[in-house]
Design a protein around this ligand. Structure first.
Ligand SMILES: Nc1ncnc2c1ncn2[C@@H]1O[C@H](COP(=O)(O)OP(=O)(O)O)[C@@H](O)[C@H]1O
Ligand SMILES: [Mg+2]
Length: 373
């Protein structure tokens, strides 16, 4: 299928026109209404997204939410159904993949099996007509950057998964694209190696200043790595913000549930003296100060670390301890609140551990919760 101008209904641009930004500079990347339809399936709704130069932006969301589709539209691997793409303010919607100054790293490393590590890394430079002397120096620098200089003459089959992925990273960073797209690049690695590679990728990002768009379905990975997280759900952006912002101020129940662990209490507003409250099956709770209680009601989101054992807080719940989970650096307590609801509490080191089967009361400061409609 080819992109047809007739479906670009929302905006019309006479290409190529630099688009000014608030401070006079255009964003590094501007997704302006890009969408993708496969027959009846909407893989991506018309999407608006600006990425700043040097930013590390993560697309996070469940499987099928449109993350890969958005990346493919940005690099031009699939034809768009609508919208435009601007890089440095220049319309590149119709620029072929290899002319977009964009590097790609996928979960499957796709190294050339018959080429050595050094030859694999040299490949994109050869394609771009790099002179032999400079080529050797840049391959060496790129391999040193991923700590693989000593394996330059090996073939991919003689490398571990983590080493192969580092070759793939070197092969991408070596030609210095100003934007790199990574689609679940650590998905095939075990947890320990993944943690290590997260730090490596962050270091490469810091050292090169490359703009990176990174895809993962792992919320911990997204929180750990990103300048901003773009949370996706059902082919659209659900919320976008800094990790702390999204964690502390989820705007929807989906965002609260997908990122981190949440206790979610639904109810209806009760107005009276002082702050409005939420009447729920588990108690009457004071809302955070910033909330304007318009409409019928909504839900309070309370993170386990804000739910403290003991009475005395403005808002409290009571339940029966059903699980105590020791996880090394923390202990989690699961309490049954009745009516089919569980609460998850996080104990701090040194706090007394409640016993299985016993009642427990826990509370939170009203402002330590988020409200979602
Ligand atoms: N080539 C295709 N043909 C038909 N449907 C597709 C194709 N690629 C993706 N989709 C559909 O588009 C939706 C989004 O897919 P994708 O972007 O791959 O999600 P994610 O990367 O978040 O898992 C899914 O429902 C998927 O089945
Ligand atoms: Mg995907």
């Amino acid at each position: 299928m080819t992109a047809t101008e007739t479906t670009h209904s929302t905006t019309t641009h006479s290409a190529p026109q630099p688009m000014p930004h608030a401070d006079g500079m255009p964003p590094k990347l501007l997704v302006d209404g890009l969408s993708k339809q496969y027959g009846q399936v909407t893989a991506l709704e018309p999407t608006q997204l600006a990425v700043e130069k040097g930013e590390f932006l993560t697309l996070l969301g469940p499987s099928g939410s449109g993350k890969t589709t958005l990346l493919q539209l940005v690099c031009g691997l699939v034809d768009r159904s609508s919208g435009r793409l601007f890089i440095d303010g220049v319309d590149q919607s119709d620029t072929p993949v290899h002319q977009r100054d964009i590097g790609l790293v996928f979960q499957h490393y796709a190294l050339f099996p018959h080429l050595t590590v050094a030859e694999n890394v040299a490949f994109p430079l050869k394609m771009r007509g790099c002179a032999p002397g400079e080529l050797g120096r840049r391959v060496k620098d790129a391999l040193d950057m991923v700590h693989l200089g000593h394996l330059a003459d090996r073939f991919p089959r003689a490398l571990s998964g983590g080493q192969q992925q580092r070759v793939a990273l070197a092969r991408c960073f070596v030609y210095q694209p100003s934007i790199i797209l990574m689609d679940e690049p650590l998905g095939a690695l075990d947890k320990k190696l993944r943690d290590h590679m997260q730090i490596e990728i962050k270091r490469l990002h810091r050292e090169t200043g490359t703009t990176i768009i990174y895809v993962t379905h792992d919320q911990e990975e997204a929180l750990a790595m990103s300048d901003r997280i773009c949370l996706m759900n059902h082919a659209r952006i659900e919320q976008i913000g800094a990790p702390h912002d999204i964690y502390m101020r989820p705007r929807t129940a989906f965002a609260a549930d997908f990122i981190g662990i949440s206790n979610i209490f639904r109810g209806e507003f009760v107005h009276g003296d002082g702050r409005p409250r939420l009447s729920t099956p588990h108690g009457l709770f004071v809302l955070p100060e910033a909330v304007t209680a318009s409409g019928k009601g909504g839900a309070l989101v309370v993170r386990p670390e804000h739910l403290r054992v003991g009475a005395g807080a403005a808002n409290s719940i009571t339940g029966t301890v059903t699980e105590v989970v020791y996880a090394g650096s923390e202990t989690r307590v699961i309490a049954d609140l009745g009516a089919g609801t569980q609460a998850i509490l996080r104990l701090w080191p040194g706090e007394p551990v409640p016993r299985l089967g016993e009642p427990v009361t826990a509370g939170w400061d009203a402002d330590n919760a988020a409200f979602v409609p």
